[in-house]
Ligand binder design. Structure first.
Ligand code: TXA
Ligand code: MG
Length: 338
């Protein structure tokens, strides 16, 4: 049975969250909101609880989970290296939408890290996530709370759609503010590497970590072989069930529109007049690019309920948060026209 718990995202009532925390302590699995997307959490030191996450999501066992903490002191229980290298990022972005990878302590179960010797750690800023972590009194391992391969959930309804009946509780804290998953930086090697662009933009991160390596697979076509730095990066992801054609080359747009006369177009508000007479799905305005990120996964989920056989998405110039949005669109696309 799944308990549905509704909370005020800004001032979550403690007695209500305590029920969810008790479930975590008893080895249960609980979906909760964070400032990025909803997570599906379990006590990171309880191996059978962690294994339930993989089973519920149908997640490949080699795809590691992120461990969530509420206090820097908890890092000492998880990592086996000096985190000074990351202090500029930690000072600015923790708590917040940035995940850091370090060499792990041997106590951190290999089930959590997909067999890797490193562990991903994040300190979320969402009041519900923070309070749940505090009351649970243990680091919480949590991937995004979707079925593997589906877009990450940005609303409790998305979690209910994928996981109702499979998890012990779903905490409904409304829509998640950033709407795309955290930025991931690997600090376990000599040189820091960006593994996933996210709400903390690439430009901001580069200012704090000038020697950051940005692997070119982040902006490559789908299905190209990539260095398996991060197992989760190699799967097609966020994928709607329908063919999604991502167009980044304006010169080829008319050709694609002719080829798919019925297909709706996912685009920013500013472009809707370009598609006069055709159905458009507005992601947001280019004047507020963060709203485009916030709406992205909801739109990708609605695509499947549309009665056409394909959908066209218009690419963005990959700058700021739109760099991260393009990374997600590329991984969702079945075809990229560039
Ligand atoms: O915003 C977020 O990060 C959300 C919320 C719930 O915190 N979580 C999330 O988790 O997006 P998930 O599991 O959907 O994505 C985690 C990514 C995966 O691509 C995984 O491969 C990578 O992090 N990852 C985790 N541990 C890693 C490690 N030790 N080395 C390399 N990549 C790792
Ligand atoms: Mg995920």
């Amino acid at each position: 049975m799944t308990m549905l718990i509704k909370v005020d995202p800004l001032k979550p009532a403690e007695d209500v969250l305590r029920k969810a925390a008790d479930l975590i302590k008893e080895g249960g699995v609980v979906a909760f909101p964070t400032e990025t997307v909803y997570g599906l959490g379990a006590d990171c030191f309880n191996i059978s609880a962690v294994l339930k996450i993989f089973e519920i999501k149908k997640r490949p066992p080699d795809n590691p989970l992120i461990v969530h903490i509420y206090d820097k002191k908890q890092l000492e229980d998880l990592i086996d290296q000096d985190y000074q290298k990351a202090s500029a990022i930690i000072d600015v972005f923790w708590p917040g939408p940035v995940t850091l990878i370090f060499r792990k302590k041997s106590d951190v179960p290999r089930e959590v890290t997909g067999g890797l010797e490193t562990v991903a750690v994040r300190m979320p800023s969402h009041p519900v996530a923070q309070k749940l972590l505090l009351l649970s009194a243990t680091p919480i391992a949590a991937p995004s709370a979707n079925l593997s391969g589906k877009p990450s959930p940005t609303r409790a309804e998305h979690v209910i759609e994928d996981l109702y009946g499979l998890v012990d509780a779903i905490i409904d804290g409304g829509e998640t503010p950033f709407g795309i998953e955290s930025t991931i930086i690997d600090f376990s090697r000599e040189r820091p590497v960006l593994l996933r662009p996210g709400p903390a933009t690439i430009e901001e991160i580069l200012k704090l970590v000038p020697n950051l390596e940005i692997p070119d697979f982040l902006l490559k076509k789908i299905n190209e072989p990539v260095r398996p730095l991060s197992p989760g990066m190699t799967y097609r992801h966020y994928a709607p069930e329908k063919p999604l054609i991502l167009v980044t080359n304006e010169n080829k747009l008319d050709e694609i529109l002719l080829k798919y006369p019925e297909a709706p177009v996912i685009c920013p508000q500013e472009m809707t007049t370009r598609f006069y007479g055709r159905r458009t799905i507005v992601l947001g305005t280019l004047k507020e690019p963060f709203t485009i990120a916030q709406n992205l996964f909801h739109v990708l989920r609605t695509v499947d309920s549309i009665t056409t056989n394909a959908v066209i998405a218009i690419g963005f110039e990959p700058k700021g948060i739109l760099f991260s949005v393009m990374n997600r669109l590329r991984r969702a696309a079945t075809e990229i026209v560039e």
